[in-house]
Design a protein around this ligand. Structure first.
Ligand SMILES: NC(=O)c1ccc[n+]([C@@H]2O[C@H](COP(=O)([O-])OP(=O)(O)OC[C@H]3O[C@@H](n4cnc5c(N)ncnc54)[C@H](O)[C@@H]3O)[C@@H](O)[C@H]2O)c1
Length: 482
């Protein structure tokens, strides 16, 4: 029986299990095995064949990056828009990174299903609009492929469970492509945390504060993200993009590895920003049905407070419509010190004993800490990553890491439980906001196994072993920063 037949045959089982109130195996995938620290050995020492679904702004950047990783090959391109496939084929042809004749193309709304079911690739890299992330990822797992899914990878708690159960059932990794985990400051904080410099971390703050008012159809390069992101914000409340701020904090705090997210409360400000109304008035044609849409539901600022099982607190914010400078906060506070970004600053306990106890380290001292404790992975590859591009290099470091792990049979840095614990905030924050900030329990997707797993370590890659020729890397274009 192939996976497709299995899925068809088990649809009724999911419904029956659900009706019986069964918490495990809710979607009929069976119990499967735990995927924490799971070593997937099928691709060890092999060429990794990658198929892309959704090659608009972000997916195109991913094609550029992955094509330059030795041991990875772009073998399939899928988009509902044939023009996006053509643009990417043209680039690959020009760069000669892939064997262009062997690249298969899949065009149309449903074409991803054929790629996932029958495509000859090992990994599906999904960068579609949010609503398609989980269906593509689930289909990829059921088709026997490693699923790498852009943020936010799933929009509901049930969608998260489905991915967890499918990854467990088929014993195939499923990773959320959270690039901010590989930012310089986020990696520095992780390194310092493992050295014990913060003492016991008791509180952290993260955010996605990004003025996206410019993303409107008339100004967007591919007329893509503008349309669907606008629609999402029109009808939803809560934080639909929690992962950039939250996931790096979770990796540093050992969430799902010694601790877990327990419950949250969310509240939002009003939607005072009139940008969407201005957009409707000025940019939509008279016959565009969106002209009559009600004002955006999403508040300008959504703030979420999370308590962990071990009693730590985390604040996560989301604001994409105020004229504020970009900020992920990246703030870690512990019993011995604190560090944050935007701007970068830190203070450690030794200051408490002198007369400047209420001040951050001065710029010179802070920069000394930054240089001295730079994460070895950043030190090793940031020059080449910055040349290739993608949010200051962190996108390429993320891609290097999953490629390295798959090539060497090592566990991926983020597993399906990390995806689920953070993506489920989409639904839970909306429910909390709409219910007057009522407390929402965050499911334990590891089913208790978080107690048995060590926090993520200080990892690296060996560029030489990967066959990476630093000298051959050329600067790519700015389009990779989307
Ligand atoms: N991690 C990051 O830093 C980062 C940055 C930007 C975007 N993103 C995420 O990447 C994703 C894509 O964003 P984007 O800006 O590239 O959006 P986009 O609209 O430019 O690209 C989406 C692409 O998906 C295609 N698509 C839509 N429906 C499809 C279907 N049924 N089958 C195949 N293809 C389909 C569209 O034609 C388009 O080419 C989003 O989830 C976004 O949140 C992440």
């Amino acid at each position: 029986m192939n996976r497709r037949e299995f899925l068809k045959g088990t649809a009724w089982m999911g419904a029956a299990a659900f009706a019986a109130g069964c918490q495990l195996n809710r979607f009929g995938f069976g119990e499967g095995g735990q995927m924490q620290n799971y070593c997937y050995r099928k691709l060890m020492g092999k060429k990794i064949r990658v198929g892309f679904v959704g090659i608009g702004g972000r997916g195109t950047g991913a094609v550029h990056r992955v094509a330059q990783i030795p041991g990875c090959e772009v073998v399939a391109l899928c988009d509902k828009d044939p023009a996006r496939v053509e643009v990417n084929l043209a680039w690959l042809r020009e760069q000669k990174y892939s064997k262009i004749d062997s690249i298969k193309t899949y065009v149309g709304d449903e074409a991803y299903k054929d790629l996932c079911d029958f495509g000859e690739c090992d990994v599906i890299y999904c960068a579609t609009p949010w609503a398609l992330h989980q269906p593509v990822g689930l289909r990829a797992l059921c088709g026997g492929k490693v699923a790498l899914i852009e943020v936010t990878s799933a929009l509901t708690v049930d969608q998260c469970w489905e991915l967890v159960e499918a990854s467990e059932k088929f014993q195939i990794p499923c990773m959320q492509l959270e690039n901010c985990v590989y930012g310089e400051i986020e990696l520095l904080e992780l390194h310092l945390a493992r050295l014990g410099m913060f003492g016991e971390i008791n509180h952290a703050e993260g955010a996605y504060i990004h003025d996206l008012r410019g993303i409107i159809p008339s100004s967007c390069k591919y007329n893509g993200e503008a349309k669907w992101r606008y629609q999402e914000n029109m009808v939803h409340k809560g934080d639909r993009y929690p992962t950039h701020g939250l996931v790096p904090l979770c990796q540093t705090m050992g969430i799902n590895r010694g601790d877990r997210l327990d419950y949250l409360v969310s509240l939002d400000s009003g939607a005072y920003n009139t940008n969407y109304e201005k957009f409707k008035k000025e940019f939509l044609g008279d016959d565009d049905p969106r002209k009559n849409d009600p004002p955006a539901e999403m508040g300008d600022m959504t703030t979420t407070l999370i308590k962990t099982a071990k009693g730590k607190s985390i604040m996560v914010q989301h604001d994409v419509s105020s004229p504020r400078p970009y900020n992920r906060l990246a703030f870690i506070s512990g019993t011995k010190g604190a560090m944050g970004d935007y701007p970068f600053r830190c203070a450690f306990e030794e200051k408490c004993f002198d007369s400047k106890a209420h001040e951050w380290f001065d710029e010179k001292a802070a920069n000394e800490i930054r240089a001295k404790y730079m994460h070895p992975l950043w030190k090793n590859v940031s020059d080449v990553a910055q040349k290739i591009g993608g949010h200051g290099g962190m996108d390429f470091i993320m891609d290097l890491r999953w490629a390295w792990c798959l090539q060497n049979g090592e566990p991926l840095d983020m597993d399906v439980y990390d995806l689920a614990a953070t993506s489920c905030l989409c639904e839970l924050t909306e429910t909390s906001v709409r219910s007057g900030s009522k407390l929402q329990s965050i499911p334990d997707f590891t089913r208790g196994n978080w107690r048995n797993v060590q926090p993520w370590g200080v990892v690296n890659v060996d560029l030489e072993k990967m066959g990476f020729d630093k000298g051959a890397v050329e600067k790519d274009n700015a389009a990779l920063n989307v």
